[in-house]
Design a protein around this ligand. Sequence first.
Ligand code: NAD
Length: 266
Amino acid sequence: MTSINGKVAIVTGAASGIGKEIAFELSRAGAAVAIADINLEGARAVAAEIGQAGGRAIGVAMDVTDEDAVNAGTAQVVKELGPVDILVSNAGIQIVNPIENYSYADWKKMLAIHLDGAFLTTRAALPHMYAAGDDGKPRGGTVIYMGSVHSHQASKLKSAYVTAKHGLLGLSRTLAKEGGERGVRSHVVCPGFVRTPLVDRQIPEQAKELGISEEEVIRNVMLGQTVDGIFTTVEDVAQTVRFLCEFPSAALTGQSFVVSHGWHMQ
Ligand code: NAD
């Protein structure tokens, strides 16, 4: 394993849920972490928690759909922590509705956060990974996109989410090819359902749309196809991200890693 001790990581959407735990896990591995989130207060709170736990972290204001905000936020990270080695493009939201009722505004919002955000943050981070290091060779780095089982499967009511999460596979594979010779590796991590605010909000919404109870949404819709009826945890996802960041070579690149209690098997 390659140590990521002393490396600089940006984790988007890290003021909450999965991103927050990834930020903690990378910090425990010794990385300096930028908590980049549209919720600056939340990002600063997480950075302070990491600081109290002995790590090095900063909160950075970043709406990942805003080109200028992404570029400015990345520049701030480089100035305060150093050139970027790891990008975890994780910020995301969910809007559920059947296609015939899905507003165009919501569709565009979903694609903007999940796909434009992944593209913009990647484009801002890459020059630092491609830049020459002390030995004259490209510094390299790792980019992780937060996909989903919905990068591989579809579910009712989630047209924009499924489309965007499938799209991340294309971006990641292209980056794996373009970045290969310059030491940049790229992956999509694909969790099953994780109990975060994003999922908690969906339970009553899906119950209403599908005409079933909230308990049935959890048991049948969310966990029905797992091998054990258990939610994936933020720790499961964060440890997978850490493993991929620490992996020493491009033997692993351009891959998708499904963390879902067997819901989806590749
Ligand atoms: P969450 O709601 O707990 O956290 C999402 C974070 O993203 C929040 O801090 C929010 O402020 C931030 N955010 C929202 N819009 C943003 C924007 N435009 N710019 C910057 N930050 C923004 O959600 P989560 O469950 O931790 O989800 C994180 C990622 O994991 C998402 O990409 C989601 O699609 C993916 N995912 C979640 C699950 C799950 O079951 N929770 C499963 C698979 C994939």
